[in-house]
Design a protein around this ligand. Structure first.
Ligand code: ATP
Ligand code: MG
Length: 401
């Protein structure tokens, strides 16, 4: 025997029972989002590397260490998509969607790739469902998106917490960045090695640190949420009051930092205690500068993404895979008749299966029982029977039963 070949680390097979659970999640997502006017978009599994280095941000974990990049053989660098927002914005620009009536509401559902250390709920290939709205900075868009993700998780049975913040606009953030960097420098000796090395590159990530001494410093750090200008403060207040109208509880968390550089204003994350260390189920935020950053016209945008595997874990989605067939066709010495009958039954809309496992007639009857077939046809030398009685037109009889 040859040596076995296993799936790569951090990847997984979706086995039939799991695919039934995932189908429930996907179905619920599709139904909720389409009912709210979102249309599906799918982008390629790989893109020009530059889309992510520019669109996600050089300073992010994703770009610095999580991308699967490769040379396409012609000297161009391509990357397996680590996230969906930059690709959707790329498609929006490429297909001139800014000429469509605004806002453009899109959703996607597919595999993403990140070179991470595999753990429970953290894989190298995983699936996300995501939604993006381009062309409107109306706070009702922010609230609608948050409500949709909340409703999806709730409908599937997940208990989640919502954390909410505002990242202001680029100018306020730049000024705040300086203020925070100065504060970090003043407390440099108390900070972890990583945080210290990122003071200039990305000081906001210091809030993310799991180092205890760093956390003590960060507890007293200035907060961006206290620096919002009046426009951003008004926008944030609107989003909050719409969430309150929708009856969705949330916590303001001014330390909320998400892994993408381009966020502005509203930022949110849903977490679940059922997940352990990887507690994030899904989240997102507003990215009013992103479309322009990747070569499009100035266009406000906002979106979220949620991991299908983490939703399944958080919601403990259960599904039964096997729907019993309407008709099981057992046969002995009459394969062609059984085949024709099975096809005819399917054409008539029945869920029909014929014996394909080489069982004895007795074994076939047992099998039909095991899979709870509603009706059993037997085709053998003695004739044709349905549920033990001689039968003429089996399909018609099953249909009218
Ligand atoms: P985390 O804090 O777990 O690293 P993230 O901030 O990197 O998450 P996002 O980039 O916002 O996550 O992606 C949105 C969602 O996609 C996450 O909330 C999570 O459910 C899922 N996700 C992200 N990375 C992975 C992964 N490596 N494996 C499985 N799911 C993932
Ligand atoms: Mg991550």
């Amino acid at each position: 025997m040859s040596a076995k070949i296993a799936a790569p680390r951090g990847t997984f097979d979706i086995l039939p029972e799991q695919s039934a659970q995932r189908a429930l999640v996907e179905h619920a997502a599709r139904e909720l989002l389409e009912a709210a006017g979102y249309a599906r978009i799918e982008t390629p599994a790989f893109e020009a590397t530059e889309l992510f280095s520019r669109g996600v941000g050089e300073a992010t974990d994703i770009v610095q260490k999580e991308m699967y990049s490769f040379d396409d053989g012609g000297g161009r660098s391509l990357t397996l998509r680590p996230e969906g927002t930059a690709p959707v914005c790329r498609a929006y620009v490429e297909h001139g969607m800014h000429k469509l009536p605004a806002p453009v509401k899109l959703y996607y559902l597919g595999p993403f790739f990140r070179a991470e250390r595999p753990q429970k709920g953290r894989y190298r290939e995983f699936w996300q469902v995501g939604a993006e709205v381009l062309g409107s900075d109306d706070p009702a868009v922010d609230a609608e998106l948050i409500v949709l993700l909340h409703d999806l998780l709730k409908r599937l049975g997940a208990t989640v917490r919502l954390r909410l913040s505002s990242l202001a606009n680029a100018q306020t953030r730049a000024a705040y960045r300086e203020e925070l960097a100065a504060y970090l420098r003043a407390n440099e000796h108390e900070l972890s090695e990583t945080v210290r090395s990122r003071i200039d590159l990305n000081p906001l990530r210091a809030f993310d640190s799991d180092d205890l001494r760093t956390q003590a410093v960060m507890a007293k750090a200035p907060r961006l949420i206290d620096r919002l200008d009046s426009e951003d403060a008004k926008h944030f207040a609107e989003v909050r009051s719409l969430l309150e109208l929708a009856g969705i509880p949330y916590e303001i968390d001014s330390t909320l930092v998400r892994g993408l550089d381009y966020y502005t204003r509203t930022l949110f994350e849903f977490t679940s205690d059922a997940l352990g260390a990887q507690s994030g189920v899904g989240g997102g935020g507003r990215y009013d500068g992103l479309v322009e950053l990747i070569g499009g016209p100035p266009t406000p945008g906002i979106g979220w993404a949620a991991g299908i595997e983490r939703i399944v874990l958080a919601a403990q989605v259960s599904a039964t895979r096997d729907v019993p067939p309407d008709l099981y066709v057992a046969h002995e010495g009459r394969r062609a008749d059984a085949f024709t009958l099975t096809l005819a039954a399917r054409t008539a809309g029945l869920r029909a299966q014929m014996e394909l496992g080489g069982r004895s007639l007795k074994g076939q009857l047992k099998h039909a029982e095991r899979i709870s077939a509603r009706h059993l046809a037997i085709l053998d030398a003695q004739g044709t029977r349905l549920d033990g009685k001689p039968a003429e037109d089996i399909v018609r009889q099953v249909l009218s039963a």
